[in-house]
Design a protein around this ligand. Structure first.
Ligand code: 2AM
Length: 218
């Protein structure tokens, strides 16, 4: 059987915002090693998780993502605040918010879901909650201590990230952590949709970030 490709569509964050998040992550990692914290180069806003797909469906997904991206204007994401899912009790997923997301983003994600549904990738059951995952809880003996470590960041502003394109990533889950590879980038608000720019050279998420003009080596 041909291999399946695990893939997702995401908005990448600017190097400046990732640097701010990396500093917070370093502090949180010291306070709570029992969490699987996200590597700074892997921080992103997931727009749609596509699942594990055969190559021909992924090919059709390319066209769908290109069209949805083309009809979404370029955006700015205000990255602010840290919280946990679920909001009470033992935290499972720790996130940074994009709460004041532009209304256009919500509409664009719905459009993306509709277009992907047409090529056989089902819609999400839940509403889109714009967030950047900071960490996943493995074993935390003191959830109260974890919440206390998060508290100083509850209202922190990590910056404003311009989003000019969406990226289709493949994801390989390795014992050392996930490796995300940019397969293509789709400009927002572009005319002539359907011709994504191939992601140049990146073998891993680290390579992706170093190819960005504003990279400061986070
Ligand atoms: P999340 O961090 O916002 O939860 C790559 O794995 C990205 O796809 C992750 O950042 C994750 O987004 C999302 N993802 C992974 N597995 C998923 C699943 N089963 N359902 C929905 N989203 C998933």
């Amino acid at each position: 059987m041909p291999p399946l490709i695990r893939a997702f569509v995401a908005a990448e964050l600017s190097a400046a915002v990732r640097a701010e998040l990396a500093a917070a992550l370093a502090e949180l990692r010291r306070a709570e090693p029992g969490v699987k914290w996200t590597a700074p180069e892997n921080l992103h806003l997931t727009l749609k998780f596509l699942g594990e797909l055969p190559a021909e469906i992924l090919e059709r997904a390319h066209a769908a993502v290109a069209l949805a991206a083309a009809s979404c204007p370029p955006l700015e994401l205000t990255v602010r605040g840290v919280g946990a899912f679920p909001p009470r009790g033992a935290p499972r997923v720790l996130w940074v918010g994009c709460a004041d997301r532009p209304p256009a983003l919500g509409a664009a994600v719905l459009d993306l879901e509709t277009r992907l549904d047409l090529v056989g990738i089902p819609r999400e059951a839940r509403d889109f909650a714009a967030h950047v995952t900071l960490g996943r809880v493995k074993t935390v003996r003191r959830p109260d201590r974890l919440r206390a470590a998060l508290a100083p960041f509850a209202g922190a502003l990590f910056g404003v990230s311009p989003v000019a394109d969406w990226t289709l990533f493949s994801s390989r889950l390795l014992p050392t952590g996930p490796v995300y590879t940019a397969l293509a980038r789709f400009p927002l608000g572009a005319t002539g949709a359907g011709s994504p720019s191939p992601a140049t050279a990146p073998a891993t998420a680290t390579a992706i970030t170093t190819s960005r003009p504003d990279d400061i080596g986070v």
